[in-house]
Design a binder for this molecule. Structure first.
Ligand SMILES: Cc1cc2nc3c(=O)[nH]c(=O)nc-3n(C[C@H](O)[C@H](O)[C@H](O)COP(=O)(O)O)c2cc1C
Length: 368
């Protein structure tokens, strides 16, 4: 059944549930994907210090929330991290650069969390090259707690509009050791356009749109069954889909009302960005990508401590033909000669948001 844009928006605004006589508050609370969020509650509840640190590591940011990690516990003090060969983004991340950054975030969050039990973690990265384990991590007891550990459970990628107020100087100077910060208005405006154009290219390129669409988890049931990918919905959207008023395919069709309305809210979000944070590297090898992930994670924990929101916007940094012009432009704007821009993120004052789903630690352990 096709519905008009005005009607869809009114329904998404909540009028529909009230009109249908459904208790809106009850419905909203029962649609929370509780099971998919359990790993946020279970973090820190393990006796083995390696599992304890890993229970925080699985909460690390990672592209499209694919959670591309697999872990082996060996001996009494060692964790071996593998990249899950099934969890890739062949169209938007053909060289697994972003996947590797996500694994860098995971390792850094594991190291930071381990300090809470007094453990230091020594890393041997890519001991057998790119095809073997990502890291062999050895736990020993000599660490002092890292203050960033206190912010792991509140950290988010905040995908919402930010206030268009300048970030105060004391917060900016606290962040300077963590990333390059962009606050100059001309460059900020250039990045508004760049990120919006890049997002439109991803949406207009059938294979990259398809890659995201396949990762969409819509509504409580789907999110609990596969707590990864792009979780969308909320009670209003879910109701429209359950009732067949908004067909799933509409979200894939670039001309549909649903897509147009999504695009305009995404544009508004991208434009509501007063500043950016950037991580670059001199080389673009695996070690540099893991290091970029570690830097991003520390930055995101520090922004959390400072009450600031952070959101990666990676489209313009992606390596596929249709994006090549914007990839070059992002490097002209943000990198020195020969450098790679590994991460670009929106930075500002944003709302508190809910955590993103995660697979439980047990699903990621290769041996108990
Ligand atoms: C390398 C990398 C690239 C990312 N790119 C994007 C992006 O382009 N757009 C976006 O909305 N989120 C992006 N994210 C954030 C993830 O979507 C997010 O980490 C994931 O959904 C889990 O959510 P959380 O960080 O709030 O726990 C990226 C994260 C990483 C590590």
């Amino acid at each position: 059944m096709a519905i008009s844009r005005r009607k869809t928006l009114a329904m998404l605004g909540g009028g529909f549930i009230a009109a249908a006589g459904i208790g809106a508050t009850t419905f909203v609370t029962t649609r929370r994907p509780t099971k998919a969020l359990l790993p946020w509650q279970n973090a820190g509840n393990y006796d083995d210090p390696r599992k304890n640190a890993l229970s925080y590591a699985i909460l690390a940011p990672n592209p499209h929330n694919l959670q591309p990690w697999m872990v082996d516990l060996t001996g009494t003090d060692t964790v071996v991290l593998y990249r899950d060969p099934e969890r890739n983004l062949p169209h938007t991340d053909p060289f697994s650069r972003q996947i590797t950054i996500g694994l860098g975030c995971f390792l850094e969050q594991m190291k930071i969390a381990a300090t809470q039990t007094g453990h230091e973690v020594g890393l041997e990265l890519f001991p057998a090259g790119d095809s073997g384990p990502v890291a062999i991590a050895r736990f020993s007891t000599s660490a002092t707690p890292d203050p960033l550990a206190a912010h792991i459970l509140e950290r988010r990628s905040c995908k919402e509009p930010y206030q268009m107020t300048a970030i105060d100087a004391s917060r900016l100077s606290a962040l300077e050791p963590y990333a390059k910060l962009v606050t100059e208005s001309n460059l900020v405006e250039n990045l508004h356009s760049l990120t919006w154009e890049a997002f439109q290219i991803e949406m207009a390129t059938p294979r990259t749109l398809q890659e995201s669409a396949e990762l969409m988890r819509i509504g409580k049931q789907e999110i609990n069954a596969s707590p990864d990918g792009i979780d969308i919905g909320g009670p209003m959207l879910e109701t429209l889909m359950i009732l067949g008023i908004l067909p799933r395919e509409a979200l894939m069709d670039p001309d549909s009302e649903a897509t147009q309305s999504f695009l305009s809210s995404y544009k508004n979000m991208l434009m509501s960005t007063p500043a950016y944070a950037v991580i670059t590297s001199a080389k673009n090898d695996r070690l540099s990508q893991v290091a970029a992930g570690a830097s991003w994670l520390r930055l995101n924990l520090k922004t959390t401590e400072l009450g600031l929101a952070l959101h990666p916007v990676s489209q313009a940094l992606q390596e596929y033909d249709e994006m090549a012009k914007l990839y070059d432009r992002s490097h002209e704007l943000l990198a020195q000669d020969g450098e790679t821009v590994q991460m670009l993120g929106r930075l500002g004052y944003g709302p508190l948001t809910k955590p993103a789903p995660r697979w439980p630690l047990e699903a990621k352990l290769l041996n108990g």
